[in-house]
Every structure is written in structure tokens, then in C-alpha cells.
Design a protein around this ligand. Structure first.
Ligand code: C2O
Ligand code: CU
Ligand code: CU
Length: 542
């Protein structure tokens, strides 16, 4: 099935007809007619005692998003979307050869004005990043380590075909996705994303729901064309993409039949731009709770009841939903946020449906333990190095402290140091020009590390003095420090930098030195230019 050499034929992928212009309106699509698909688990090509070898081929595929749509073109890992799930255990080393057998021309509109997207690099470029992983720089999927089909074109930082994942970190839900400079938004939107789970014995000792009661949810918003194929706005300069339809595990508004018992759901927002605010409602509009057990970096210290939580692009939340008292009910996962224009999107508010049956297959022996694991809380101190950042904009580009991806590294922390990063987004402009979201939250992601969120504080957006604040920490900060949202406890790799506020995180840098990146995970921002090098340096012994 997987080829090691030569160009695989385009395996009869559907054509993408450039002439279809009409967009499908969400009110013409019937909801909850497709069952939630569960991505298959990938088998290794060889398995040793504590290592395994995999090959994954990126190629085009034929995908049906909805019962009433035609089969349409996607790009997928092994030709499927979402990609197959990779499962491993803490301490097992995986070697993965990521292979590009995609067509030469992208079916979505490439913007030639973005980095590495000009005529010299015109093939479909890819590089795979394992989001949230503790890996060496040359297996991290640096945006310039891209390669096109059969390595015909490669980026400046391309150095190896087989990536090495030591999985030396606690059990958690990671995800792998394309990270090619300048076209990540298109490749991910086309389907290049999948889950990667790390298990460990500490987690297995907890009697959480497992097997078919442990379910992955990749949640995305998309817009479709009349023929059921993907719509993405034409280049150049797409600064935000908000779809009109919700897709979970590749199906539009799916449903899932569940037994009246506990289930674990590992939720991932894999959307391009859209952040969500999730809650559960039954048919009588009664709200039902989630029990949060984990976040980006794995289990949190104590399970907690949450009624509603924000989840921005790339964030994960691990919850248990207890359907045991809900036999016969229909529970809808909903989102509550407003769209960029400040309006309610009536159709997008539904995400998916859980239909609770009357019988359990066996007894539900799973639990929601109070104590999950020890999470050491990092304490800020004046001795720690503090860096300050402002989310800025320069012409058409979105930047950080007015710097883009090609500017020299300024974040050069020493290995084994702990730093405080303060991220301010003073832009709160209701009159911003079309296409520039006025009050968007930037989900900022650091590669390699897991960090903790300290607090947020309001800034005086009209009098905020960027330079003064960056240099001195003085400037116009208003009011008290707000605790992070309850769902933001524990180890995070992505933090919501909310508008009109400064968000503070505390970050330990460990394990590897070398060049990584940090960026906004709004893919339209990341591609246009809200991404910076992260250079972790040797200890300076003096
Ligand atoms: Cu999930 Cu640098 O990305
Ligand atoms: Cu990442
Ligand atoms: Cu952003």
C-alpha cells in the first residue's frame, strides 16, 4: 500500500473544478445525518521492543463530507482525512518517514507573495510537525524543512526524510499536521492533520474510559462549494478564514450513538481561524456539564466540572461526559461565540449530536477520579527573565513586536532556564479595515515546550505605549490580574492571547537546544507573518 520510491499515481482522485463558484449555504445542508467517523489506528511497518517504524504517505484522496455531497478532493495522510491515528507509549521511540506523493499543483489558491511561495517553489510543499511534542529540532518539522513530491524541491532547512520521536513526555493527545512555510493554512484545510496519542501507565492506572469509550474529536469549520468540494477564498492576503459549516472527524454536523455511561472525548480545535466556546445542551435546552481531565500537555491535577470552555485553534481539551442519567436523550455539542462581525451564526452553533441509547453493553467500570496526577505549579519570581511582546501589524503582514519570520531570532532562551513571557494584544479596533479581524484572540503556540498560564490583565488600548511597555513593563496596564479560565490549568503549548489584554505565561526550556519556532496558530496569521524563530541556546556558564 505504501510505496517507498517512485511517484504513486494520483489514485483516481476527483478533479477540482475551478469553475464552481457558488458556495453552499449552511441552511441547505441537512444536519445530523452522518455518523461520526473514527480515524483508523496506523500499524507500524516494523515493531521492536521499544521502537517502531512507520511510513506515512501524503497523497490526494476522495472524501465524502456529507451524505448529500459528492465525493470530493482532499489531501490526506495515507490519502485519508483525518489522517490515521498514531498511538505510542511513553519511552517508545518512533521513526516516521513522511512521504510526499501529492500532485504538483495545489487545488487551493496559493498566495505567491508569501514566504517560499514564489515560482521557484511552486510544487505542493509539505513538512510534518508533531504539535506539542518534545523532539529535537531536525525532527520538529521546521517550516523551511519542507519537501515537495519525491523531494524534487526542498526548503533551506530540509535535512532528513525520517523523523525521530522519543515520546519522552507524559501521556497526552498530540496532533500532527503540515507546517510548510506560506501554505500551512491551505494544506491543513485540504486535510493534512491527524491525531497522535501517547499513553503511559500512570494514566492507565486511573480507570478512565478506554477503547471505544475513548473518542477523538477533530473539530473544524469549513465552507463548501455547490458540488460539495472545499471552498477557500482566493489569494492574495486572506487574513482570516471563518467557515459556515461545522465538521467533526471529516463529517459535516455528524451524530454519535452512545450508551448511557461515561465516555472520554479528546477534543481538538483544528480550524484555521475560528475559536469556539463549547457547551452541551439537550433537546429541552437544559445544559449538561463536562468533566475536564486534561489539556494540551496531558492530565491536569484534579478533574473538574466545567459548564463551558473556550477552545482556540490547536488547543486540546480532554473531558469525560457522563451520559448515564441521560438515556433516551439527544445531547448537542454547541458553540456560543459570536462571529467576527459580532453576530450570532445560527447554523454554526451546532457542532455534533450525541444520541444516548437505553442499554449498556457491559457495566461501566470507568471512573472520574478526583486526583489525576501531580502537576508542579511554576511560581513567578522577579529573578526570572521576562520578555514582552505586542501583537502588531505592519502593512499587510501580522507581526510580533513588528518582526516577521525572516527577521533574526530575538527569543534565545538558555536551556534549563525558566522565563516569563508577557503577550499583549492592545488592538481592539471596532473600525478596522475589512478582512482584519477587529478583536480576535491570537492562539500563540511555542514549539518544544509545555508552559503554564499565570494571569491576564486589561490594557488601556487607547493610551497603551508599545515601546515603553516592551522596554520597561511600565505603560498602561489597568486593573487587577485575572486568573486564567478554569479550563486553562495544567501544561499548555498554546495560549489564547485575548484582545485588549496582556496574557502572562511561565515557560521552562528544557531537553534540546537549537532552532524551533513560535507563532500564532491562526493559520492565516502564521502564514503571513506572525511566526518567529525560537532559538534555544547552550547554558552560558560564567
Ligand atoms: Cu500546531 Cu507550529 O504548530
Ligand atoms: Cu507545535
Ligand atoms: Cu493571530
Amino acid at each position: 500500500m505504501i510505496e517507498n520510491s517512485g511517484v504513486s499515481e494520483t489514485n483516481n482522485c476527483p478533479e477540482y473544478n475551478p469553475n464552481v463558484v457558488a458556495v453552499k449555504l449552511p441552511n441547505t445542508i441537512e444536519k445530523f445525518v452522518d455518523e461520526l467517523p473514527i480515524p483508523p489506528v496506523l500499524a507500524p511497518l516494523s515493531q521492536g521492543e521499544d521502537s517502531a517504524y512507520y511510513e506515512v504517505e501524503m497523497k490526494c484522496g476522495s472524501h465524502k463530507f456529507h451524505r448529500d455531497f459528492d465525493e470530493t478532493l482532499i489531501y490526506g495522510f495515507n490519502g485519508i482525512y483525518p489522517g490515521p491515528t498514531i498511538e505510542t507509549r511513553r519511552g517508545e521511540t518512533l521513526h516516521v518517514k513522511w512521504i510526499n506523493h501529492l500532485p504538483l499543483d495545489h487545488f487551493l489558491p496559493v498566495d505567491p507573495t508569501l514566504h517560499d511561495s514564489g515560482p521557484a517553489n511552486d510544487e505542493v510543499r509539505t513538512v510534518v510537525h508533531l504539535h506539542g511534542a518534545n523532539v529535537a529540532p531536525d525532527s520538529d518539522g521546521h517550516p523551511m524543512a519542507w519537501f515537495s513530491r519525491n523531494y524534487a524541491q526542498v526548503g533551506d532547512k530540509f535535512s532528513r526524510q525520517v523523523y525521530l520521536y522519543p515520546n519522552d513526555q507524559q501521556a497526552t493527545t498530540l496532533w500532527y499536521h503540515d507546517h510548510a512555510l506560506g501554505i500551512t493554512r491551505l494544506n491543513l484545510y485540504a486535510g493534512l492533520a491527524g491525531f497522535y496519542l501517547i499513553h503511559d501507565s500512570k494514566e492507565e492506572d486511573l480507570d478512565l474510559p478506554t477503547g471505544k469509550y475513548d473518542i477523538l474529536l477533530m473539530i473544524q469549520d469549513k465552507t463548501f462549494r455547490e458540488d460539495g468540494s472545499l471552498f477557500y477564498p482566493p489569494a492574495p492576503i486572506v487574513r482570516a478564514f471563518i467557515g459556515n459549516t461545522m465538521v467533526v472527524n471529516g463529517k459535516v454536523w455528524p451524530y454519535l450513538n452512545v450508551e448511557p455511561r461515561k465516555y472520554r472525548f479528546r477534543m481538538l480545535n483544528a480550524s484555521n481561524t475560528n475559536g469556539f466556546d463549547f457547551l452541551l445542551l439537550d433537546e429541552d435546552l437544559n445544559q449538561h456539564p463536562f468533566w475536564q481531565i486534561g489539556t494540551d500537555g496531558g492530565l491536569i491535577e484534579r478533574s473538574q466540572r466545567i459548564e463551558k470552555f473556550p477552545l482556540d485553534p490547536a488547543e486540546r481539551l480532554d473531558v469525560i461526559i457522563d451520559f448515564s442519567e441521560l438515556a433516551g436523550k439527544t445531547i448537542t455539542l454547541r458553540t456560543e461565540e459570536l462571529n467576527l462581525a459580532g453576530q450570532v451564526e445560527p447554523f454554526k452553533r451546532d457542532v455534533m449530536q450525541f444520541r444516548v441509547g437505553f442499554e449498556c453493553e457491559g457495566e461501566d467500570e470507568s471512573e472520574i477520579p478526583k486526583k489525576l496526577r501531580d502537576v508542579k505549579e511554576l511560581k513567578p519570581s522577579r529573578k526570572l527573565k521576562t520578555r514582552r511582546f505586542v501583537m502588531t501589524q505592519d502593512g499587510n503582514r501580522l507581526t510580533i513586536n513588528h518582526k516577521g519570520f525572516m527577521d533574526a531570532a530575538t527569543e534565545t532562551p538558555e536551556i534549563d532556564s525558566v522565563e516569563i513571557w508577557e503577550l499583549a494584544s492592545p488592538t481592539f479596533n471596532p473600525n478596522s479595515p475589512l478582512g482584519i479581524p477587529p478583536n480576535i484572540t491570537h492562539p500563540i503556540h511555542l514549539h518544544l515546550v509545555q508552559f503554564q498560564i499565570l494571569n491576564r490583565q486589561d490594557v488601556d488600548v487607547t493610551n497603551f505605549n508599545e515601546e515603553e511597555w516592551i522596554n520597561t513593563g511600565e505603560g498602561i496596564i489597568l486593573g487587577e490580574e485575572h486568573e486564567p479560565h478554569p479550563s486553562e490549568k495544567g501544561w499548555k503549548d498554546t495560549v489564547r492571547v485575548e484582545p485588549g489584554k496582556v496574557t502572562r505565561i511561565i515557560v521552562p526550556f528544557r531537553n534540546y537546544t537549537g532552532e524551533y519556532v513560535w507563532h500564532c496558530h491562526i493559520l492565516e496569521h502564521e502564514d503571513n507573518d506572525m511566526m518567529r524563530p525560537l532559538m534555544i541556546t547552550e547554558k552560558n556558564c560564567d
